[in-house]
Ligand binder design. Structure first.
Ligand SMILES: Cc1cc2nc3c(=O)[nH]c(=O)nc-3n(C[C@H](O)[C@H](O)[C@H](O)COP(=O)(O)OP(=O)(O)OC[C@H]3O[C@@H](n4cnc5c(N)ncnc54)[C@H](O)[C@@H]3O)c2cc1C
Length: 480
C-alpha cells in the first residue's frame, strides 16, 4: 500500500471506535470541534509524505520491498539514525505550525524500546513479533498512540498491593492463541485519532505483579476499548482574533480496556516481570529525546511572542525587559543545545546494535526544559501586561458600535495598530493565559515523565565514579 494521504488517514478514523467527550459519544472524531484540533494536527504526518518540500526527510524505502514508507518507521541500527529522527520530528513540528503531529512518533519510540528490550532478553520470538508489527504499520501507513501510564491508585504500592486489582492494566485470561486484558491507561495523547494503540508497562514489577507485566498492540476500535477524552480548546474559537495559522494541539484520553482480546502475535511481553522496567526504561530513552526535540520550535515562537509583546507595548529597550528577553533566549537556546548534544553522541544500547540518544544529556535537556518553563511563561506574562487576560474579544471588535473605542484606546506603540496589538495579545492569551496554557504548564512537568523520572535517569547515567576518581586523585585518597 502506498503512503496514505491526509484524507485517507481521516477516513480511516471513521471506524466505529468508542470515544466520548463531555459526556457524549462522538459519532465521527474528524468532525468533533474539540478532537478535530488533534486530527488536523496529526494529519501533518500524512501531508508530509506527499509534499515535495518534505519528502526527502519524511519518506524512506522499505528495506525489503523497496516500497515507500514513512521515515518514522526506520530502525535505529546505525548511529546517524538518531540525529535523522531528531531532524524529522523537528521538521514535522515546524511543518505543523509549531505543534508536534504526534501520531507516529510515540508509537515508533515504543517499537524501538521493545526491540531493544527483546534483544536484551535474547527473545527472538518477541523481536520477530515487534519487527512484523513495525512492517505492518509501515506498509499500511498506520498511526499509533503509546499507552504507558497506568491510573496507579496508591503510588506508594506495587500493582499487586493495590486495593483494586484494576489500578494497573493486566492479563485476566489466556488461551494458546490470545490474551485477554483489562485495566485503564491515563492521559493518552492522540488515542482518539489513531489507528492502533501500543501498550507497555509503566514501571518495574515484582513476581507478584507478573500479570501486569504485559506489552501488546491492538487496533483502537477493538471491542472492549472505550475512550473518555478531555477537551483542550475548540477547532474554531470565535472569541479570538483570527491568526495567520490555525491553532494546533492534542487531546488526551482515559483509555479503558474491558476484557480486550489480543492475538499472541501482537503480544511483546507476557509475564516476564523482570523485564517490565527494561521496556519502560528503553522507551523513555527514546521518548524523552522526542520530547525535547518537539519543544524546540515551541520555545522559539514563544520567545518571539514575548519580544513582539515588548515592541507592541514600547518597552523593548527598557533594561528590565531586556533582562527578561535575555532570560528567554538563554532558556530556549540552552534547551536546544542540550537536545542537539544528546543527538550528537548516540549510544549503542547495551551492546544490542540499536542506537539511542545520549541518555544523560537527553534527560538533562528534558529536566532543564520542565524546570524553567513556568519562569519563562512568567516573563512573557510580565512583558505583555494585564491586557492578556482582560482584552475584549474578537466579537467586540466586530461590533461597529464598539470597534471605534477599541481602536481609540487600545492602540500599540510604534508600528503596532490597535488591531495588530489585540491580535498579538489574543494569541498570547491562548499561549500563556488560557485553559490551554494551564494544560501546557502541567504537560511540561508530567508528559514524558515527571521530574523524578528524569532525575532518576540522570543519576543512573551520570559518570559519578569518574567524578569521584578525579576528586580522590586531588585529595590523595585510596578508599574504594
Ligand atoms: C498532557 C499530557 C500528555 C501525556 N501523554 C501521554 C501519552 O501519550 N502516553 C502515556 O502513556 N502517558 C502520557 N502522559 C502521562 C505522563 O507520562 C504522566 O503524567 C507522568 O508519568 C506522571 O504520572 P501521573 O500523571 O500519574 O502522576 P503521578 O505519578 O501521580 O505523579 C505525581 C507526583 O507523585 C510522584 N510520585 C509518583 N509515584 C511515586 C512513587 N512511587 N514514589 C515517590 N513519588 C512518586 C511524582 O514524582 C510526582 O511528583 C501524559 C501526561 C500529560 C500531562
Amino acid at each position: 500500500m502506498a503512503l496514505k494521504t491526509a484524507e485517507e488517514y481521516k477516513k480511516g478514523l471513521r471506524d466505529g471506535r468508542r470515544v466520548f467527550i463531555m459526556g457524549e459519544q462522538v459519532p465521527d472524531v474528524t468532525e468533533d470541534p474539540y478532537i478535530k484540533v488533534g486530527v488536523e494536527t496529526g494529519a501533518h504526518d500524512y501531508l508530509m509524505g506527499h509534499d515535495p518540500k518534505m519528502r526527502d526527510m519524511a519518506v524512506m524505502k522499505d528495506p525489503e520491498t523497496g516500497e515507500e514508507i514513512s521515515s518514522y518507521f526506520e530502525i535505529p541500527d546505525y548511529p546517524e539514525a538518531v540525529k535523522k529522527r531528531h531532524e524529522l520530528i523537528k521538521a514535522a513540528c515546524y511543518y505543523a505550525d509549531g505543534a508536534i503531529p504526534f501520531v507516529k512518533d510515540v508509537g515508533t519510540d515504543i517499537m524501538n524500546g521493545l526491540k531493544v528490550s527483546a534483544r536484551l532478553m535474547g527473545n527472538l520470538e518477541y523481536e520477530g513479533r515487534i519487527d512484523d508489527y513495525r512492517k505492518y504499520c509501515a506498509r499500511n501507513d498506520l498511526s499509533i498512540a503509546g499507552a504507558v501510564t497506568d491510573v496507579k491508585g496508591d503510588r506508594s504500592k506495587s500493582p499487586s498491593q493495590q486495593s483494586s486489582p484494576d489500578y494497573f492494566l493486566r492479563v485476566v485470561d489466556e488461551t494458546d492463541s490470545e490474551i485477554v486484558v483489562s485495566g485503564a491507561k491515563a492521559h493518552i495523547t492522540a488515542s482518539a485519532y489513531v489507528d492502533e494503540i501500543l501498550v507497555i508497562p509503566t514501571q518495574n514489577m515484582s513476581e507478584a505483579d507478573k500479570d501486569y507485566a504485559v506489552a501488546f498492540a491492538t487496533p483502537i476500535n477493538t471491542p472492549g476499548i472505550t475512550q473518555i477524552c478531555r477537551p483542550s480548546f475548540r477547532y474554531e474559537d470565535k472569541n479570538h482574533f483570527p491568526t495567520g495559522k490555525p491553532r494546533r494541539g492534542h487531546v488526551e484520553a482515559l483509555v479503558i480496556f474491558d476484557n480486550v482480546r489480543v492475538p499472541k502475535e501482537r503480544v511483546f511481553l507476557l509475564r516476564e516481570w523482570k523485564f517490565a522496567q527494561h521496556v519502560a526504561y528503553a522507551f523513555a530513552a527514546y521518548h524523552r529525546y522526542t520530547a525535547v526535540t518537539y519543544k524546540m520550535p515551541i520555545l522559539e515562537y514563544m520567545t518571539g511572542l514575548g519580544i513582539l509583546a515588548s515592541e507592541a507595548n514600547g518597552i523593548q529597550n527598557k533594561s528590565h525587559v531586556r533582562d527578561k528577553i535575555i532570560n528567554m533566549v538563554k532558556y530556549t537556546e540552552t534547551t536546544k543545545s542540550l537536545a542537539l548534544a544528546a543527538g550528537a553522541s548516540p549510544e549503542d544500547f547495551g551492546g544490542t546494535g540499536l542506537y539511542i540518544p545520549n541518555r544523560l544529556t537527553a534527560n538533562l535537556a528534558k529536566l532543564h526544559f520542565a524546570s524553567n518553563f513556568h519562569e519563562f511563561i512568567r516573563d512573557i506574562q510580565d512583558i505583555a501586561g494585564g491586557i492578556v487576560v482582560t482584552q475584549p474579544t474578537y466579537k467586540d471588535w466586530e461590533n461597529p458600535e464598539l470597534k471605534p473605542y477599541l481602536e481609540k484606546y487600545l492602540g500599540g506603540a510604534g508600528n503596532y495598530t490597535a488591531e495588530e496589538r489585540l491580535k498579538l495579545m489574543s494569541t498570547l492569551h491562548h499561549i500563556v493565559a488560557s485553559d490551554f496554557a494551564g494544560w501546557h504548564e502541567v504537560c511540561t512537568i508530567h508528559a514524558e515523565g515527571s521530574f523524578a523520572a528524569q532525575k532518576m535517569m540522570i543519576l543512573m547515567e551520570a559518570p559519578l565514579e569518574m567524578y569521584k576518581k578525579s576528586a580522590k586523585d586531588i585529595v590523595g585518597l585510596n578508599v574504594d
